[in-house]
Design a protein around this ligand. Structure first.
Ligand code: ADP
Ligand code: ASP
Ligand code: MG
Length: 424
């Protein structure tokens, strides 16, 4: 078999952990498998590097350790973004070299590949680059030579040969992309939890491990804040039929298999619940209720490359209406600055922002066939006097925005209310 194993930041957080990963790699190779390993930076390293850059560009700014796309300074320029990628990609380079050395020290054959050596071609969007293609020739050669190939995750190079990165959590996507290109039999995501849970087990202690989960549900959960997998890795795995196994690097227990939908999966109303804290809300009031105004707002957002999530437009009254939408919290100031003072339909609407919000989403294939899931969710929230500010739905998901103060409570109430928990 050809196996791709991805070790996340906490799995390579210390030299002792790196030695442990090396032993696991050797055990996999000893079973006769060809092995490609993808590593993240040591836990905290990416945040440390970003904070260094921020402190340099904006002295006095408190270093932020968020998991947004990038908590880059407002003053960023395209040149800065290029250098930021050069900088943060070194985190994965360190752990790749260290793991390769640890495998060699334990008697195995290994070599690390970083940056252009990986053959992973991306577009030029620094900080959120998309993979365009993979030239796996070098990797194949090394595998044929009997080596364990240790790849630095999170990075690729563009057509100019410049280093790009794939967005926070991007090593998951590196691993799936390599698994697809090499036609690996399985892509194992080795992390600090023993699988995908019904919700983040660090926030809700009653969360339960899921044995099998559909790509569609994982896609929604990852997109709604379950950071156990980067959403793009799930998209890629689904598109290329990569068999994904999320499991712990700490022991040999099987974890969660992410698989194509199976018939019995629809019998479960809700499979998981996710909390997204890093969202911010913008409200424009007194917007003239004429065609083209909403188009103007979202054209401005699109030009800035800001992804808009939920959108609400109220019924107009007296020729005016209100528009509320959410964006990643890290982009809130940029979005608000671009809209403030803009003339829309001949007038300048007033604008307010709110970063004290969060989004809770419930996800399940069963929502397609079960009525009353939304009614039950709202009743559960109402029973705790939690006010719902915004709602959006898809075929297999319901998301609500609530005050940040109630985020964890809402998560617990919905999780346990839909019977997902186990007794603590
Ligand atoms: P890695 O460093 O291995 O990439 P991450 O920190 O990115 O690990 O992802 C693992 C973390 O994801 C877990 O420690 C857990 O707190 C969090 N998490 C959020 N939602 C879930 C979920 N539904 N199931 C499992 N883990 C989750
Ligand atoms: N080190 C990067 C991050 O912290 C990529 C990853 O861990 O997947 O986001
Ligand atoms: Mg991760």
């Amino acid at each position: 078999m050809l196996v791709v194993q991805k070790y996340g930041g906490s799995s390579v957080a210390t030299l002792e952990r790196i030695r442990h990963c090396a032993a696991r790699c050797l055990a996999t190779a000893a079973q006769g498998h060809r092995l490609v390993v993808v590593v993240s930076a040591m836990a905290g390293e990416t945040n440390r590097l970003i904070a260094l850059a921020n402190a340099l560009v904006q002295p006095g700014d408190a270093p932020q350790a968020s998991r947004g796309p990038y908590v880059a300074p407002a003053k960023r320029t395209p040149e800065h973004e290029r250098e930021l990628d050069q900088l943060v990609a070194t985190g994965e380079g360190q752990s790749a070299a260290l793991l390769a050395m640890a495998i060699q020290d334990a008697g195995g054959r290994a070599l690390s590949l970083v940056g252009a050596q990986l053959g992973l071609l991306t577009d030029r969007s620094h900080g959120r680059a998309r993979i365009l293609g993979i030239d796996a020739a070098r990797m194949q050669r090394e595998l044929d030579d009997g080596a364990i190939v240790v790849c630095a995750g999170f990075q690729g190079t563009d057509d100019r040969g410049d280093v790009t990165t794939l967005g926070r959590g991007g090593s998951d996507t590196s691993a799936v992309a390599l698994a697809a290109a090499l036609r690996a039999d399985v892509c194992e995501i080795l992390t600090d939890v023993d699988g995908v849970y019904t919700t983040d087990p660090r926030v809700v202690p009653t969360a339960r491990k899921i044995d099998r989960l559909s790509f569609e549900e994982m896609l929604e959960l990852a997109g709604q804040g379950a950071k156990v997998l980067q959403i793009r890795s799930v998209e890629l795995a689904m598109r290329h039929g990569v068999c994904l196994h999320v499991r712990t690097s700490f022991d040999d227990r099987p974890g969660t298999m992410i698989v194509p939908e199976e018939p019995q999966m629809e019998s479960v109303q809700v499979s998981g619940v996710a909390l997204e804290r890093n969202e911010g809300k913008i409200t424009l009031t007194g917007v003239p209720d004429v065609p083209g105004v909403v188009a103007t707002i979202f054209r401005i957002m699109a030009e800035l490359g800001i992804v808009v999530d939920m959108i609400i437009q109220n019924t107009g009254a007296g020729g005016r209406t209100d528009v509320t939408f959410t964006v990643p919290e890290a982009e809130l100031d940029r979005a608000a600055a671009a809209l403030a003072g803009q003339t829309m339909g001949g007038e300048v609407p007033s604008l307010s922002t709110d970063r004290e919000i969060c989004k809770i989403s419930i996800v399940g294939l069963g929502m397609r066939t079960h009525a009353g899931v939304a009614a039950k969710a709202f009743a559960l929230l109402a029973a705790e006097s939690i006010n719902v500010q915004m709602v959006s739905t898809s075929e297999i998901k319901i998301s609500v925005v609530v005050h940040e103060r109630y985020g964890e409570l809402a998560l617990r109430v919905l999780h346990d209310g839909f019977g997902l928990g186990v007794a603590p």
